[in-house]
Design a protein around this ligand. Structure first.
Ligand code: PBG
Length: 322
């Protein structure tokens, strides 16, 4: 062709831009992570995460209805726990906060997909995701506890358990435990490629769950690696994961894209607390347009190849999407 092609023709109006838009974002792809606290009528602002709250179960149920009204199909629950001990026993208390929260939600918002975090860090004095013996996070002993925890959540009626601990072999072990317990309908959202990231800082503030000693690098992944992520994902699929997750999202878009190219399973991405708070604080300072940043980030995560996104912006984005 002699004339230079003019790509700007397809960017002239919003109508045209809408027609050629390659990536869609809808409330139906969003999962809202929530922090649950004991008590009643509690809606406690989280200092490290502007606009997020620790809520009691009665408030959670209200929020559940609001989420459904907004078209958001799922919540992912984290428990705020003061009864921490060495063995994280509260993690698998059948009458604990999270099982109670699951029961309440499934009773009053049965259409909501209720998901629970499975890891020991909010419940252990040391703040590690597994059991600690002689300063080591021990694998197989931890997996046994994670199976107990998953069964307690399943018994309470959870739709998906979400192991976020990065122990080896836990997806397979949890799958077998669930199946043997009569919970073959309960899904596993596996944190397959979870990196040892500084972006979890605000979350650890929200749950007072920062490790007291050492770091999580012996189980969470090295941010420098991508081949290893594909290996982890392949293992989890093999062990029976229904959905695999990459976490964090924003600094790991290449990992999401690589996983999308390689695997034919649903992929989740977790836009974590640090990604959220960074934008919120910059917006509060007037440095960036917070709403625009939110939409740009969420579209980028979808463009990279994630089917679903765990995001603290779920409600704000859904409202904007209308
Ligand atoms: C703990 C867990 C963490 C997050 C989800 N599950 C923190 C960690 O691994 O230390 C982080 C979520 C966020 O930062 O929003 N198993």
């Amino acid at each position: 062709m002699d004339l230079p092609y003019r790509p700007r023709r397809l960017r002239r109006t919003e109508a045209i831009r809408s027609l050629v838009r390659e990536t869609s974002l809808r409330p139906g792809s969003l999962i809202y992570p929530m922090f649950i606290i004991e008590g009643e009528g509690i809606r406690e602002p989280i200092e490290t995460m502007p606009g997020q709250f620790r809520v009691s179960i009665d408030q959670l149920v209200k929020e559940g209805k609001e989420l459904l009204d907004l078209g958001i199909p799922a919540v992912n629950l984290f428990g705020y726990c003061e009864k921490k001990d060495e063995a994280a026993t509260e993690a698998y208390n059948p009458d604990g906060l999270i099982p109670q929260a699951v029961r309440a939600l499934k009773k009053d918002c049965p259409e909501l997909c209720v998901q629970t975090d499975v890891a020991l860090d909010p419940y252990s004095v040391h703040g590690h995701d597994g059991l600690v013996v002689d300063d080591e996070v021990v694998n197989d002993e931890t997996v046994e506890v994670l199976c107990k925890m998953s069964l307690v959540h399943a018994e309470a009626g959870v739709d998906w358990v979400a192991p976020s601990d990065m122990m080896d072999g836990r997806v397979g072990a949890i799958r077998i435990a669930l199946d043997n317990g009569g919970y073959d309908h309960v899904g596993i959202l596996a944190y397959s490629a979870k990196y040892a990231s500084c972006f979890y800082g605000p979350f650890r503030g929200a749950l007072k769950s920062a490790p007291k000693k050492g770091d999580k690098k012996s189980y969470q992944m090295d941010p420098a690696n991508v081949r290893e992520a594909l290996k982890e994902i392949a293992l989890d699929i093999d062990e029976g994961a229904d959905v695999v997750m990459i976490k964090p999202a924003l600094a790991y878009l290449d990992v999401i894209a690589a996983a999308r190219a390689e695997f034919d399973v649903p992929i989740a991405a977790y836009s974590v607390s640090g990604e959220f708070s960074m934008v919120m604080l910059a917006a509060q300072q007037g440095l960036i347009d917070g709403e625009a940043a939110m939409m740009e980030i969420l579209h980028a995560i979808r463009r990279a190849g994630a089917d679903m996104i765990l995001t603290y912006w779920a409600k704000d984005a859904a409202r904007l999407l209308g």
